[in-house]
Design a protein around this ligand. Sequence first.
Ligand code: TTP
Length: 563
Amino acid sequence: MPVSRPESLGARVIAHVDMDCFYVQVEQRKQPHLSGQPTAVVQYNSWKGGGLIAVSYEARKYGVKRSMRGDEAKQVCPQIQLVKVPVSRGKADLCIYRNAGSEVVSILSRKGRCERASIDEVYLDLTDASEAMLAETPPESVEIIDEEALKSHILGLNEDGSNLKENVREWLRRSEADHRDKLLACGALIVAELRMQVLKETEFTCSAGIAHNKMLAKLASGMNKPAQQTVVPFVSVKGLLEPLPIKKMKQLGGKLGSSLQIDLGVNTVGELLQFSEEKLQERYGINTGTWLWNVARGICGEEVEGRLLPKSHGSGKTFPGPRALKTIASVEHWLNELCEELSERLHSDLDQNKRIARTLTLHARAFKFSDTDSHKKFPSKSCPLRYGATKIQEDALNLFQAGLREYLGSHRIKTQGSQHNGWGITGLSVSASKIVAIPSDTCEAMQSADDKDPNCSFSNQAQDVQEISALSSPGFQSTSSYSELHEADVRKENLFGTSTLGQNGPRRDTWDYKIDEIDPSVVNELPPEIQEELRYLVRPQKRANIPKRGSSIAHYFLPTKNS
Ligand code: TTP
């Protein structure tokens, strides 16, 4: 359900930056002879030349579309260059695109709070930078405005005629403009500069929207592509929103948008304006009602979250039509592949960013052969995440089987002599979420334990596959791997709280064991008060009242031989 957040009192400057035909640009940088050529990136499978997932702007001129397959694209544009997505483990490997996205994020984050919204999209809060520019070097005092900024599209500014750049220059430098527009003018200059920097350092072009909130900035970034930016002054908000189809708005593409169309006869954002806040609240509840009322007026208080890293990692694959998986063995095979990829990504996140994920979730899409209940969805299943590919594979299979039992209900029994089990799987994905930063002390402990045993685990609760939650399916994308970028959960939680058991060390009386030498795999075996003591060592500020006890932490750990 959408949540309404009040907009802050002062005007903000928010930018949404979206890379242009991103995968194509990454491939063109890798193979420079493709630059400027009609090019498309295709899925790894070869049926009818593979499905297109990214199309260069040169190819779009010939009518090539993302919905086409390679063979069809060749028909409309015979000279098109088709580049296959890299493959690993029988599925698309998006690593190079993810890394390229990170390069861009590191440049964009130099000027303000930066939220990585997807593999190729970023929100920036440039309010402070714009305020500072306005105080120090306001655009009206700047003689030479950069060409890139002069190519901006200012919504509401007349774009007819030959004096376009001159009009933009005038708009950016207006001394009589109100404070909000002056801030947006500064934002436009800053974003133009950032985009040029991105081009210089990465060779990638991007487009951007600059507005007073995230919703408007996102709507604007796609209005003039490629390599251009669009500014939404306050006075132009109404004109921008009014004609927009309601289903095009974020969070209104599904059931809520359909209800607005069917129940209220609302097809454009402008038509929503006729309903009072009370009326919308009556129909959709307080929160959603207010949220809708705000959407109609371009109000959005959502903050740009300071997050440069993904909130979760996922790996998935689709098995359309005849490729549907129909046996547990084939599901297990693919789960193993997906879990291996997930495990690798979790380890590089731990290595590079000192973060661990705490929840493993399995999603599947399924059908039954004799289906009386065709709308029933395969339930998503979650459990605590244990590190190590083998353990993730084991848990994912358990989750799958739990989901399958629930999905099949009374149809579970295989018909004797039939060729199949009565079900088919058309999509599978595993994801790791609840990612938290860990204290640096403990990283080394985890790493060294992991080095010793590649299957080392930090949690054993998944053994009894406790279902924590049933999350909604993320929807299988046409790519076979995805990285969800949710809100980062940066609470530093107790790392040892879910650890597996190993062996206890011999007793000794003085505590001089180094925290990073403790094998996390033994901690869960310790008495609760000792675990508490360890938690305190990891997180001293959160010390609880530790009761007097007979034993002490020193009884459980000895220094290594050489220490
Ligand atoms: P988009 O930003 O949707 O598109 P784009 O960057 O290719 O082109 P545009 O200039 O119009 O923004 O997607 C970013 C990348 O994500 C895209 O290059 C390829 C990938 N992608 C998929 O793999 N499958 C999909 O269904 C979509 C929409 C994108």
